[in-house]
Design a protein around this ligand. Structure first.
Ligand SMILES: [Fe+2]
Length: 489
């Protein structure tokens, strides 16, 4: 196995940064000590999920927490599940989950997890602030492995410096979570713990999680909602983030119905988000991009992108119309091991706000593809002749900072690991007045919702999806009656 020298350096650095709580208590490390500890957010500012693993079963899953790191006065019990890997060895892991409750929004908390058989270090996090009148700071990246996690050291440092409110990992973990009976997933989550135990770490499912029907992803992470983390949404200040699975479209052996379920849910989620005045911005995050300029004939084929345009043969609708008509501002993707920013775009057309200020009142969705955090598959190169929608790209390893400054201004910055963490791309997206973008159309949105109702109730062979069949290019003619055949009365 390759030695990750960067991570060795990182371990030393972490002892020196101001917010590191790794220097605090740890008891009974020789016993059934918790490991792979990571936080995630329920969507409620008074709550925070914490998830961890133990090598052996434990009857107790406890969390001690409080606002003073020396007296963790609150104690709450969680639950554990037995997770059996799908490979032949059927390796067993014990996954523990608990929800810290009654938090004061926007305050720093300290916590440790475990039981009398072993307690973790004390970690800390800042609870999410309440309301919409504040400026969320997001750390966003995708495609990071247990090996060659090039950006992890710097990202952990910046998290411990309290530079972010939330992390969004946009799919493809560990390479892969199930590899070597899941041992690679364990190694990845141990490496990640200094980062993910100190900040809500939100996840998006990617293609590398597919094995055993995404069971490692579903079991190892904790997300809001009831879709086992495949799709969910949260409101963070003035920002609504909707997370979806692009992988439903690419692994049809697990069923087509889940595409319809997600599509219907997504339409309603975006409708509710657009109706809330507090949601000044709407981001949608999924793993595979709608637009990209890499030589990837499956995912970067502008006209053949099945996630964007659907699968007409199976009467599966593409996602772009729904995002566009629902007034989504920004699409966040990964999968390509590089960074790319598009111009505002819809249906392959560049729709800049103006020639001089393309990102002021954009008339299309701005897409950020950020899959360069580092993994053993290294970089993805670019097509030497980028498409018209491509505004900027780089193959440097790195990660993206996204700051929603207020209801009319947001900023993206791409940090290069290769160039000593300088910002290699920076752009502001602006609205002259808050609210839905200019293309948001109520009538069109209602039509899409009606269509979604038909999709949800769709009967594949005799269903009422007549309009959708026409819309997606394969109108089905009514079956011809055989005049000689007796008709059933
Ligand atoms: Fe991927």
């Amino acid at each position: 196995m390759r030695v990750n020298w960067r991570w060795s350096v990182c371990s030393v650095v972490l002892l020196c940064v101001p917010y590191s709580s790794a220097i605090l208590l740890k008891t009974n490390p020789e016993e059934n000590a918790p490991e792979q500890i990571h936080l995630s957010w329920s969507g409620n500012p008074t709550e925070m999920y914490v998830t961890w693993a133990t090598p052996r079963a434990s009857a107790v899953s406890s969390v001690r927490f409080g606002m003073d790191n020396k007296t963790l006065t609150s104690n709450i019990s969680g639950e554990s599940t037995t997770f059996v890997d799908g490979a032949v060895a059927h390796k067993v892991r014990y996954i523990h989950r608990a929800t810290m409750q009654y938090l004061q929004p926007g305050n720093r908390y300290y916590y440790q997890v475990g039981s009398d058989a072993g307690w973790s270090d004390v970690y800390s996090f800042r609870s999410i602030r309440n309301g919409s009148d504040w400026s969320p700071r997001l750390l966003v990246y995708g495609d990071m492995g247990a090996v060659n996690a090039r950006s992890l050291q710097q990202m952990t440092k910046e998290v411990l410096e309290d530079r972010y409110d939330l992390v969004l990992h946009v799919g493809d973990f560990a390479y892969d979570l199930p590899t070597r009976n899941g041992d690679v997933g364990d190694e990845f989550l141990r490496n990640l713990e200094p980062l993910a135990a100190n900040i809500p770490y939100m996840t998006v499912v990617g293609n590398h999680e597919e094995k055993f029907n995404f069971s490692h992803y579903k079991n190892r992470f904790t997300c809001p909602g009831d879709s086992e983390g495949m799709f969910y949404s949260i409101d963070v200040g003035p920002l609504h983030i909707t997370v979806i699975s692009t992988e439903f479209y690419f692994f049809l052996r697990y069923g087509v119905q889940q595409i319809y379920n997600q599509f219907y849910w997504l339409g309603n989620d975006l409708q509710k988000a657009a109706a809330k005045d507090s949601n000044a911005w709407i981001f949608v995050a999924g793993h595979r991009p709608l637009y990209c300029s890499n030589p990837d004939i499956v995912d970067c084929n502008p006209k053949g992108n099945i996630f964007r345009k659907g699968i007409p043969l199976l009467m599966i609708p593409g996602i772009e119309d729904l995002l566009y008509e629902s007034g989504v501002d920004v699409g966040i993707w990964a999968h390509e091991h590089s960074y790319e920013r598009t111009w505002p775009v819809y249906d392959l057309k560049v729709l800049n706000g103006s020639a001089s200020e393309p990102y002021t009142d954009p008339e299309g969705i701005v897409h950020i593809i950020t899959g360069s955090a580092g993994c053993q598959e290294n970089h993805t190169r670019f097509n030497p002749h980028p498409y018209d929608f491509s505004a900027f790209h780089t193959t440097d390893y790195g990660f993206t900072r996204m700051t929603v400054h207020n209801r009319t201004h947001l900023q993206f910055e791409q940090v290069s690991d290769d160039k000593n963490y300088v910002v290699v791309d920076s752009v502001w997206v602006k609205k002259t007045s808050p609210g839905r973008p200019v293309w948001y159309r109520e009538k069109k949105r209602k039509q899409l919702l009606e269509e979604m109702e038909r999709i949800r109730n769709y009967d594949r062979f005799n269903g009422p999806l007549v309009r959708s069949r026409a819309r997606y290019g394969h109108p089905r003619k009514p079956a011809q009656q055989d005049p000689k055949k007796p008709q059933r009365l």
